[in-house]
Design a protein around this ligand. Structure first.
Ligand code: ATP
Length: 133
């Protein structure tokens, strides 16, 4: 089975680099399934889970925005933040979710509303990744 090198980097530094058989992620244009030999592309990412299928099972990451660069033998994810399930603090995510929900209940200007929506999406994504690892 052919494999791809997957490298995930955030402003805080590298998160992981390993070989996988398939990468599934949420690009702005829709779900992307990447196998070895994929045509080169760069695409913006949504807040979502990245699924990495390897020989020993599937790994997941909670990724918050950024870009994916695909080459035939390598996938590089440059994200604002990216966490492995074992690095996610579920209690912190639950608190962030509650905070965002409270902010969304009160009337606010567009920018604050969008900020709260994105904060809610990040928290829900982290909880999804840590609870369904
Ligand atoms: P919070 O309100 O809890 O800070 P946030 O969504 O605003 O959450 P981000 O700005 O996305 O946080 O991330 C800031 C840094 O904190 C990043 O390095 C990110 O990986 C880390 N981080 C955020 N939430 C969690 C969490 N629940 N568990 C582990 N790391 C987290």
């Amino acid at each position: 089975m052919k494999t791809l090198i997957v490298s995930v980097v955030t402003p805080d530094g590298p998160v992981m680099e390993a070989e996988y058989e398939m990468v599934s992620l949420k690009a702005e244009n829709g779900e992307l399934g990447i196998l070895p030999g994929h045509i080169p592309l760069v695409a913006p990412l949504k807040i979502g889970a990245v699924r990495l299928k390897g020989q020993d099972g599937t790994d997941k990451l909670a990724v918050n925005g950024g870009f994916v660069e695909v080459r035939p033998d390598k996938v590089t994810i440059l994200a604002q933040s990216a966490e492995k399930p074992s690095d996610i603090d579920a209690e912190r995510a639950r608190e962030a979710k509650k905070r965002a929900e409270r902010r969304l209940e009160t009337k606010q200007d567009d920018i604050d509303f969008r900020r709260a929506q994105n904060s809610l999406r990040r928290a829900i994504n982290r909880l999804d990744v840590v609870e369904n690892r």
